[in-house]
Design a protein around this ligand. Structure first.
Ligand code: HEC
Ligand code: HEC
Ligand code: HEC
Ligand code: HEC
Ligand code: HEC
Length: 366
């Protein structure tokens, strides 16, 4: 777990690190040499019957990956995975001078205002609601909400089972590092989160409506005619269908969409070796849907680099490996070089063909 100070530094760094633009990812990285990754933090030896019951076979899924049969000190030469022709993966550009200046000025005004506010005025501060919430930076939110970066989960369940003696299935992903941590830390603070994502508070928090309870029952429009992306979501803080589901849905139909012979855990073994440990790339390196992730809340270049130097868990993690939902997000089907433009598969007929405009990256500077 990061210390409070370093995490704040990290969050502030997102906006203030203009001096050092994200290192460009080389198009063809030299073949990386990887040591067999340590098995994900194994559950501590069961301390009690209760703890044992809570981890029935925590080790089983972790053994299924392409490195399973190797000695712990085995050294692997990962075969280079090509990058697609005609697609350049970019991380979002760092904040511009103007943006940094705006955030600095807003923070200064906010810091002067906070001592004048009582609890109610702070709680209903206009930054929480449209239109101000739309352009709010992490720094402005954190001026009042530093507590969210210091939260930690319970050390033991109310029944007494230590958190260290239990393991959630998603902790067996190769990318999972460290003990269970707070939700906000796992999305904005962990090394992996910062490598692959660039989330803002306002990506998830769009502001509640303090008056209306349901976007489907509003004065001035017919019931149940809310737009697909409603202005707010009942009384929930965030709209899971437009946030969580993007990265925590089921794997998009592996048989009907991807033409695989079955579920990923059944078919991956035939596609993965220690030297080529990411089976997703056999189809997604150069052939299908290569034009992906060009949005301001993901680090597209970092994702592709990780995917070429480790196992399929780096891709699968956001596309089935941490699935809180049984359905998959209906992703936009962005045209890619070599795409068959004559026919559209039935499942794709109603799909958008571009990422949401508010999240698209600005065109690359030449
Ligand atoms: C001026 C101080 C201040 C600023 C700036 C601020 N908040 Fe708040 N916020 C509060 C207070 C006070 C509460 C009430 C906390 C409580 O009752 O525990 C609150 C509550 C919340 C809640 C919980 C709502 C609920 O009903 O439980 C969320 C989520 C939240 N804020 C998000 C944000 C986000 C995102 C931003 C930036 C866009 C932001 N806040 C900016 C002071 C602030
Ligand atoms: C990945 C989505 C996501 C991001 C990014 C995110 N939050 Fe949250 N936040 C949530 C969810 C989900 C909850 C729980 C809401 C609930 O209980 O209904 C929450 C809860 C909160 C709360 C209430 C905490 C409590 O204990 O009740 C505050 C305050 C808050 N977030 C502030 C922030 C701030 C500030 C940021 C940016 C630094 C941020 N959030 C980034 C999804 C997110
Ligand atoms: C843009 C992608 C993205 C979005 C959106 C997102 N997550 Fe995540 N989530 C991740 C990643 C990546 C991790 C793993 C982070 C790590 O390994 O450190 C994760 C981890 C988690 C964890 C595990 C935490 C732990 O300590 O083990 C939970 C729970 C979770 N997400 C819930 C949610 C919920 C609820 C939402 C919606 C409010 C949400 N996520 C939105 C990508 C996302
Ligand atoms: C046998 C080849 C193959 C493999 C292996 C494969 N995919 Fe796919 N995948 C496809 C095809 C084909 C499509 C659909 C292309 C199209 O749009 O016509 C697709 C589509 C997708 C989509 C978009 C789905 C949608 O609903 O829009 C995602 C996300 C995806 N794959 C992720 C993955 C991940 C993650 C892995 C590894 C865990 C993986 N794929 C492995 C062939 C494959
Ligand atoms: C941090 C989470 C995350 C990781 C890691 C990740 N994805 Fe995605 N992926 C997403 C999100 C979110 C979208 C939707 C983006 C959008 O709306 O444009 C997406 C979209 C896609 C699509 C549809 C793209 C389109 O526009 O047609 C494909 C295919 C895909 N991902 C495959 C992969 C593969 C292959 C990997 C590994 C190289 C991977 N993903 C890694 C979160 C992730």
């Amino acid at each position: 777990m990061k210390t409070f100070e370093s995490l704040i530094g990290v969050l502030f760094g997102i906006a203030f690190a203009t001096a050092a633009p994200a290192a460009p990812v080389a198009a063809k990285p030299a073949a990386p040499v990887a040591a067999k990754p340590a098995a994900p933090v194994a559950a501590a030896p069961a301390a009690s019957v209760a703890a044992e019951a809570a981890v029935p076979d925590a080790a089983a899924p972790a053994d299924a990956g392409p490195y399973a049969d190797l000695a712990d000190d085995a050294v692997i030469d990962i075969e280079p995975v090509p990058y697609p022709e005609g697609v350049t993966y970019r991380n979002p550009p760092p904040a511009t001078k103007d943006e940094i200046a705006r955030i600095g000025a807003a923070l200064k005004a906010l810091t002067a205002e906070i001592p004048t506010l009582d609890y109610e005025r702070a709680r209903f501060h206009p930054l929480h609601f449209p239109p101000m919430v739309n352009g709010a930076s992490n720094e402005e939110c954190l001026a009042c909400h530093k507590e969210i970066v210091t939260h930690t989960p319970r050390e033991a369940s109310p029944a007494g089972v230590p958190a260290s003696a239990t393991m959630a299935w998603y902790q067996t992903l190769d990318t999972y590092v460290g003990p269970q941590a707070d939700f906000h830390y796992r999305h904005m603070g962990s090394d992996f989160a910062r490598q692959v994502m660039n989330l803002e508070c306002t990506f998830c928090h769009k502001g509640n409506d303090p008056r209306e309870e349901s976007p489907d029952m509003m004065p001035g429009r017919a019931n149940f005619t809310a737009p697909d992306t409603p202005e707010f979501t009942l009384r929930k803080m965030v709209n899971p269908s437009e946030t969580c589901l993007l990265c925590h849905g089921a794997m998009p139909d592996p048989v009907n969409i991807m033409g695989l012979g079955g579920d990923w855990h059944e078919v991956r073994a035939d596609m993965e070796t220690p030297e080529a440990p990411n089976g997703c790339m056999s189809c997604h390196a150069e052939t299908f849907r290569t034009n992906r992730h060009q949005v301001d809340y993901l680090n597209a270049a970092n994702i592709e680099e990780l995917a070429r130097t480790g196992t399929s868990d780096s891709c699968f993690g956001c596309h089935g490996g941490r699935a809180w939902y049984r359905n998959a997000f209906p992703y936009p089907r962005t045209p890619w070089p070599g795409m068959d433009t004559e026919t559209t598969p039935d499942w794709a007929l109603n799909r958008p063909v571009a990422s949401k405009p508010e999240h698209q990256l600005p065109p690359a500077a030449e």
